[in-house]
Design a binder for this molecule. Structure first.
Ligand SMILES: [Zn+2]
Length: 470
């Protein structure tokens, strides 16, 4: 544990199916999380009570009381008046027109409480500690069942006049008004057959980004093609085609899935291009279940569209990256929001950003490293929060190499640099898919022998992690 007591916050992600509450330090280390099912077909009071109980059971597990907290940040899937914490509407749950901020402040003895939209806060989290950590402007686009998004400009969530800025999923990208040539020929505006056959978005409009590239849209297109008699290796179990099944079919080079996923990726690519031309953010972060499962197929398609942008611009760092924080992005963003509301925005002055307290490594004998006086001679991870975890033994054939599993584990929690320490240091030890993984999250990495790796770890001032192999 850190020697200097840091402020402790609670971040809550109230989703349609589950509620996640996490205990988080002021510098963004997730100490513990607790999940409960979101109650269904119940009164608003029951939902509020469940949020309250989820927080309290997390605190009890951690042997803490609400009096020790510095604040609570809450994310909900809907439109929120961020300044007051009032929920305006939540289409898929019963918090519409509820003053959630006020309710929670009353239940928690006047503690600071901030409330925001989940996708906005997911973007804020990524901009604080995830793939947007070195940017002051960041747009997050999350491809899942639907498409959610958020905009962070100058380290602050852009809310908009009606609190709905950043609804990128509902940008109309297939114009539903038909071709003028058709009208010229038929002399009347009777609509265009092509436009009429367009799928309708869940929001009621036609031609939305979400109606073309969400998992739901991809699934609809695949089912339609299968019904027409085409053959596919895709495994459909139950009612939904899961992102993982799509990834497997892509790996097997299934023709239908590949074709439809390429189209969806192109649509995402052109939306990223539109976002760049509208806001020119330093980083566009892509996340969500579909992107996380299928990034190796999707990212090259998106990157190609972005790199072919013909519109001139001043030289500058503009990147499209994959999200780094997974499920924790939203709760971290919620904490960033409640800190900002108290005039203590953790995204500002990123160069002076608080870094967790990291241990000092000391080389003892040739193959022994001491970490705070404890000797280590077997493989281990040094995680982004400064804790040590043993690494299981590798199969003989690649015992000096690193696996994607290592890279994913060590990258958790948001890091600037990953130090890979191994006696046979060399680029060949890192498979291309691992390098892609790091590159797509803007994470710098070094592969170094023991003594040099230890030195770099001790001297670095960044958020960092290491994998040590003896
Ligand atoms: Zn829509």
């Amino acid at each position: 544990m850190a020697a200097v007591a840091e402020d402790i916050y609670i971040g809550v992600d109230v989703g349609g199916t589950k509620i996640q509450a996490s205990c988080i330090t002021g510098s963004g280390t997730v100490l513990a999380s607790c999940r409960t099912e979101t109650p269904r077909n119940c009164s608003t009071e029951v939902t509020l009570q469940t949020i309250d109980e989820t927080i309290r059971s997390l605190l009890a597990e951690q042997n803490r009381t609400p009096f020790e907290l510095a604040g609570i940040g809450i994310a909900v899937p809907g439109v929120v008046q961020q300044e007051t914490g009032r929920v305006i509407v939540t289409p898929n749950m019963n918090l519409s027109d509820v003053d959630l901020g006020q309710h929670m402040r009353q239940r928690f003895n006047g503690l600071p409480v901030a409330v925001g939209n989940d996708c906005n806060l997911g973007t804020l989290g990524e901009c604080w500690l995830g793939s947007g950590r070195n940017a002051a402007s960041c747009v997050g686009i999350f491809i899942g069942t639907g498409i959610g998004a958020g905009i962070v400009i100058n380290n602050t969530v852009l809310s908009g006049a009606g609190q709905t800025a950043g609804e990128i999923g509902h940008i109309v990208i297939q114009i539903p008004c038909g071709d003028w040539r058709h009208f010229l020929k038929h002399k009347k505006h009777d609509g265009n057959p092509a436009a009429k056959s367009m799928p309708r978005c869940g929001c009621g409009n036609y031609g939305c980004f979400e109606s073309l590239a969400s998992r739901t849209a991809i699934e609809r297109d695949i089912r339609e093609t299968l019904e027409s008699g085409e053959k596919s290796c895709l495994k459909i179990s139950g009612n939904v085609i899961k992102s993982g099944s799509l990834a497997k079919a892509l790996k097997a080079e299934d023709k239908i899935v590949t074709t439809i996923m390429r189209y969806a990726s192109q649509v995402i690519g052109y939306v990223c291009l539109t976002v760049r031309h509208l806001l020119d953010p330093e980083v566009i972060v892509l996340g969500g279940g579909v992107m996380e499962a299928c990034q190796n197929f999707m990212m090259p398609v998106i990157e190609e569209i972005m790199s072919n942008d013909q519109l001139p611009a001043a030289p500058g760092k503009r990147q499209v990256l994959v999200s780094s924080l997974g499920d924790n992005a939203v709760v971290l963003g919620a904490v960033a929001l409640v800190r900002s509301a108290a005039g203590n925005n953790p995204l500002q002055k990123k160069s002076a950003k608080a870094v967790p307290r990291y241990p000092t490594l000391r080389m003892m004998a040739e193959n022994v490293i001491h970490i705070t006086d404890k000797p280590y001679s077997g493989d281990f991870y040094l995680l982004s929060n400064g804790t040590v975890e043993p690494r299981e033994k590798l199969p003989k054939k690649n015992e000096d190499g690193f696996r994607l599993k290592d890279i994913e584990k060590a990258s958790q929690g948001g890091i600037d640099m990953l130090i890979l320490i191994t006696p046979g240091a060399g680029e060949t030890l890192l498979p291309a898919k691992c390098r892609d993984y790091l590159h797509r999250r803007g994470i710098d990495y070094r592969i170094l022998p023991l003594d040099e790796g230890v030195k770099l770890y001790n001297q670095s001032h960044n958020r960092r992690a290491a994998v040590v192999h003896f």
